[in-house]
Design a protein around this ligand. Structure first.
Ligand code: P6P
Length: 348
């Protein structure tokens, strides 16, 4: 019988680096940083631990299922959507350097303080993306995007509506078989896993690089006949080019698999969501920053997601995001076929 390797936590082999110490190390690379950033990240980490605990205990604490209300998008809110939103607000609300908290669950952002009162950052988030999967224990996640609280031009546009290329940090927390915290501050992508035995997110991988190519596409093919022609032609080609399909229906879980294993995630425009379903500022932009920082690509079909002009907190976009060669394989079809509904005739 071969010896079974002794199971040892990573930190008996590698240094034990917590999320907090990692962020502080990163900040020391930026002389202008003042430690405020790690203050925000520690609040997000605390929220992640708390939400993760609620998600794991949801059936025991009987907080699964619908909340009985709809959110700003007219979608049925799950009880845990509301709970997760409350947790994040309470963890971030006391950080004195936060100017604005903007959530998928709230129609309007919470303006806490302006620059003159120390409000230096805007934090935008989807507290629990994919929550409709909770009842069947599928991975769900929190997505966050951090912007500086900077005046924009034209001056009447709120500070929290900046294009994704202005993000100073972005990340997600995946509540799956483990609780995984993936983050970038603009110098590569790092991954932490919550070690329940010590209650800390510990570093497990730095500078993650997405595989350049992988013949896996992730899309809800049930809507195929509703997609603009370019996507339909891509799928026809992929069906003959040896691709396999993986679709969880939870953006954070599908993107996490694409980041680690490669592939391309697509949510095209459809007849019901002619601009795409996913929200730009607190879903597509943060994920686009993560994937690009890992060497991938993130486009709306027509342009780089992080260059899209933001005009509304809950505006939507289509997404083609993942391995660079796989995103290119999709957009190649947009040379000859449409990536959007060109006229009302195509959409209902
Ligand atoms: P569909 C979850 O509701 C979500 O916002 C994303 O997490 C996910 O990628 C997408 O919607 C799934 O949408 O239309 O395939 O159910």
């Amino acid at each position: 019988m071969p010896d079974i390797p002794a199971i040892q936590p990573r930190y008996t082999r590698d240094n034990l680096t917590s999320l907090q110490s990692y962020i502080l190390n990163e900040e020391q690379k930026h002389p202008e940083a003042t430690g405020e950033f790690s203050w925000i990240m520690s609040a997000i980490a605390l929220a992640g631990k708390t939400i993760g605990n609620k998600v794991r205990r949801a059936r025991i604490e009987d907080v699964l299922g619908a909340h009985g209300d709809t959110n700003v998008h007219g979608e049925e809110q799950q009880k845990l959507d509301v709970i997760a939103n409350e947790i994040i607000m309470r963890c971030l609300g006391d950080r004195a350097n936060i100017a604005v908290l903007a959530s998928e669950e709230d129609e309007q952002p919470k303006v806490l303080r302006d620059r003159s009162e120390g409000g230096r950052y805007c934090v935008l988030f989807d507290p629990l993306d994919g929550s409709s999967n909770l009842d069947v224990s599928v991975g769900v996640g929190t997505i966050f995007s951090i912007l500086r609280n900077e005046r924009r031009k034209p001056r009447d546009i709120p500070h929290y509506l900046q294009p994704g290329n202005r993000q100073v940090a972005a990340g997600y927390i995946l509540y799956g078989s483990s609780t995984v915290f993936v983050v970038t501050t603009g110098n590569g992508v790092s991954m932490f896993v919550l070690d329940q035995s010590i209650g800390a997110f510990v570093l497990v991988e730095e500078n993650i690089r997405i595989p350049k190519a992988k013949k896996v596409y992730s899309i809800n093919e049930a809507y195929r006949d509703d997609f603009p022609r370019g996507y339909i032609e891509y799928l026809k080609w992929a069906h003959t080019a040896g691709y396999s399909s993986r679709y969880i229906g939870s953006f954070v879980a599908d993107l996490h698999r694409s980041l680690l294993k490669g592939g391309v995630f697509l949510y095209p425009p459809t007849r019901t969501h002619t601009d795409g379903k996913l929200r730009l500022v607190y879903e597509a932009n943060p994920m686009a920053m993560i994937i690009e920082q890992a060497g991938g690509k993130a486009v709306s079909g027509l342009q780089r997601i992080q260059d899209i002009r933001t005009t509304a907190l809950h505006q939507r976009t289509s997404v083609v995001i993942g391995s660079p060669d796989e995103v290119d394989a999709v957009t190649k079809f947009f040379d000859a076929y449409s990536a959007t509904f060109e006229d009302a005739a195509e959409a209902v």
